[in-house]
Design a protein around this ligand. Structure first.
Ligand SMILES: [Zn+2]
Length: 117
């Protein structure tokens, strides 16, 4: 069961490279004990092309498709964010880069099309 303090969002995620799509269930986490702001509910996700998920520092959702297409890292995060826990300096470097970018509300994010369903 999903607790009431969590917000669920079902997203249709289409890989613009191989054209496969799946429904990905993302839950907004408001439990302060958990560090991640969004988690994916794999049990409620349909289609099997999406194999990885991350909530990026630019506040967009990043995905990885089975075909290898990936938006896990935002452009501003590349070369800074790694598998290791980012340092305070890493995060401020990414924020500096993000502030120089033009913000877009497009549902096309780095090779994926994301629609709420
Ligand atoms: Zn793909």
């Amino acid at each position: 069961m999903i607790k009431t303090h969590m917000d669920r969002k079902d997203l249709k995620v289409t890989c613009n490279k191989c054209k496969q799509s799946g429904i990905v269930s993302v839950i907004k986490n408001q439990d302060p004990m958990l560090k991640q702001k969004y988690i994916i509910d794999w049990s409620n996700s349909k289609g099997n092309n999406i194999i990885s998920f991350r909530h990026r520092l630019d506040d967009k959702f990043g995905f990885e498709c089975i075909c290898g297409n990936s938006s896990i890292l935002a452009r501003a995060e590349k070369g800074v964010i790694t598998e290791n826990k980012p340092s305070r300096e890493d995060i401020s470097e990414v924020i500096t880069r993000l502030n120089k970018e033009v913000r877009t509300t497009s549902n096309k994010v780095d090779g994926f099309t994301i629609e709420e369903v």
